[in-house]
Design a protein around this ligand. Structure first.
Ligand code: F6R
Ligand code: ZN
Length: 195
C-alpha cells in the first residue's frame, strides 16, 4: 500500500463510482436474516431473489491509528415489507472512534444509538454532512426512489462490531406509512438493563 499522497474522483455515471478503489463489498438480502421486522416478507422476497441491498467501495488503508479509511456506500432503493432498505449497522470496535458521512445522491436517514440506549435519527439529502460521534452505532437507510450514495471517512483503527445490533436491531425502525417514512419503535429492542 502506497504511503504517498493520492487523489481520485467520484465518477457520476448512471451509477456513482470511485475512479480508484481496492475492495467492493456487495451485501444481499441473505446477509440480513433477522434484521427486518417483517420476517415473512423477508423470506418471501428471498425465495424470489437474493437481491442486492447495498454496496461498499473501499479505498484500502492500513488499519492503524492516524490513517483514515474512506469510500462510498450505496444503499439501493426498496423495502422489505414496509421497512426501507438499510445497512446492517454497527458500533466501531474501538468505540471511541467517530465517522463523517457526506451524502452525494438520494435521500434517507442515519439511525444511531449508544450502548446506554440514547438514540438519534438524522436525515440525508444531497450535500448533507453527517457527523457520527464516538460511541454511536450507525445504520444508513434509503427512503427514496434512487440510490442513496454516501462518502464516508473514519479512523483506520476503528474496526466493526456487528454483534449487538445483529441480536436485536436498532431501537428505532424507519417504515413507510401512507407513502411517507416514519420512525417507529423496534418491538424487539430491550433496554440494556433487561438484556
Ligand atoms: C464504516 C462505515 C461504513 C459502513 C457501510 C456498510 O465504519 O460505517 O463504511 O461500513 O455503510 O454498512 P455496514 O458496515 O453496517 O454493513
Ligand atoms: Zn462505521
Amino acid at each position: 500500500m502506497s504511503d504517498k499522497p493520492f487523489t481520485f474522483d467520484i465518477v457520476h455515471q448512471e451509477k456513482m463510482i470511485l475512479s480508484k478503489y481496492d475492495n467492493h463489498i456487495v451485501r444481499r438480502l441473505s446477509a440480513m436474516k433477522g434484521q427486518f421486522s417483517d420476517a415473512e416478507a423477508y423470506e418471501r422476497m428471498l425465495a424470489e431473489k437474493d437481491r442486492v441491498l447495498y454496496e461498499v467501495y473501499e479505498v484500502e488503508r492500513p488499519k492503524a491509528t492516524g490513517e483514515l479509511l474512506h469510500g462510498l456506500s450505496i444503499v439501493l432503493s426498496g423495502k422489505v415489507g414496509n421497512e426501507f432498505n438499510m445497512t446492517k449497522g454497527h458500533f466501531h470496535s474501538v468505540i471511541e472512534t467517530s465517522e463523517v458521512y457526506y451524502c452525494l445522491r438520494g435521500v434517507g436517514y442515519m439511525v444511531m444509538e449508544t450502548p446506554e440506549g440514547k438514540w438519534a435519527v438524522e436525515p440525508f439529502k444531497p450535500q448533507s454532512v453527517l457527523y457520527v460521534p464516538p460511541r454511536w452505532a450507525h445504520r444508513s437507510i434509503n427512503t427514496g426512489e434512487e440510490d442513496l450514495v454516501l462518502f464516508f471517512v473514519y479512523p483506520g483503527n476503528a474496526g466493526h462490531d456487528y454483534g449487538s445490533i445483529e441480536k436485536q436491531g436498532f431501537r428505532k425502525l424507519i417504515v413507510q406509512k401512507d407513502g411517507k417514512p416514519f420512525i417507529i419503535d423496534n418491538p424487539r429492542w430491550l433496554p440494556p438493563e433487561e438484556r
